[in-house]
Ligand binder design. Structure first.
Ligand code: MEV
Length: 312
């Protein structure tokens, strides 16, 4: 039988996480070094899932993965396919629970493979809507930035329900992503910031707006090849994220070390309280050195990747 394959890369939030949930802009980057893949094939009987996190019928998938079930069912309904006779195999190199958008990537990969299986073209609006079914279950009140970035080839400027624009960096930026090793719970982190906003609206609102301003300046930095300015903004944003209570000692340790080893700036990326940090290296050679040092320092995984000016 034929297998229909769908894949999706992961994402990094450069700046503006959490503030984006409350209406401020954020900048995110497609992160192609890790990806999720879904393979759909005909298999008589009920729908089966075959993955490292769950193997068995879709009907009895654990509650924690309920979002995927809802996403698959809605996609089949949209495609007017029967809710049976399928096996969906999932493979992913994206570490889950590390702020890299693993849940959104898996959902997008599944939606793409089901569309291919049905012989239908996959329009962006439909992928986003169907993948967001899963995200809503996984994260409660997601801003939508994860699915948007996972389906983009360029950095994006995102403001919930308002704007999505592609950003073209005018220069080369060399980043390091390092995994603190601790699982992050995005839903819990988002809820904790929302709680803080309820109990101290003025103080927290000021912080969220400050993050929004930094995001605006970070866009200027990307578009004017200002590495030092971007680095400073990453550091400043980390200060506000700490004040919002979403950084932890594992993240702070990696961030301090990256700065000490010459990073132009460093902060957590994604929901925080576990997960990964993103650091801006001085140049390509420094990014290789910094990766090696962070690995020796105990980061669970380290990736070096660059944003490059697109050729004219
Ligand atoms: C998660 O990648 C980013 C958050 O801002 C949540 C969201 O925007 O849905 C923490």
């Amino acid at each position: 039988a034929q297998t229909a394959v769908g894949s999706a890369h992961s994402k990094l939030i450069l700046i503006g996480e959490h503030a984006v949930v409350h209406g401020e802009p954020a900048i995110s980057l497609p992160f192609p070094l890790v990806e999720a893949k879904a393979m759909t094939a005909y298999a008589p009987g009920s729908i089966q899932i075959d993955s490292t996190f769950y193997q068995g019928p879709l009907a009895t998938i654990p509650d924690s993965l309920y979002g995927l079930k809802a996403c698959i069912e809605d996609t089949l309904e949209h495609l007017e396919l029967p809710q049976r006779d399928l096996v969906i195999r999932l493979e992913s190199t994206i570490p889950p629970g590390k702020g890299l958008g693993s849940s959104a990537s898996v959902a997008v990969a599944i939606v793409r493979s089901l569309f291919t299986y049905a012989g239908e073209d996959c329009r962006m609006q439909e992928i986003l809507r169907l993948a967001d079914v899963s995200e809503k279950h996984a994260h409660g009140a997601p801003s939508g930035i994860d699915t948007m970035t996972i389906t983009s080839g360029l950095p994006i400027w995102y403001q919930k329900d308002e704007t999505m624009e592609l950003i073209e960096p005018q220069g080369d930026f060399h980043f390091i992503v390092a995994d603190s090793g601790r699982m992050a719970d995005t839903r819990q982190a988002v809820e904790s910031v929302t709680e803080r906003l309820k109990s101290a609206p003025r103080r927290i609102q000021t912080k969220l707006e400050h993050l929004g301003d930094m995001t605006r300046r970070a866009r200027t930095a990307l578009e004017s090849a200002s590495k030092h300015m971007l680095g400073q903004l990453l550091d400043e944003a980390q200060g506000e994220l700490e004040a919002l209570g979403v950084s932890d000692s594992g993240l702070n340790r990696l961030i301090d070390y990256a700065r000490q080893e010459g990073a132009l700036g460093a902060k957590l990326t994604g929901g925080g309280n576990g997960g990964c940090v993103i650091a801006l290296a001085q140049n390509e050679m420094h990014s290789r050195q910094l990766s090696e040092k962070l690995r020796q320092f105990g980061a669970q995984a380290v990736w070096a990747f660059s944003l490059k000016k697109q050729p004219d």
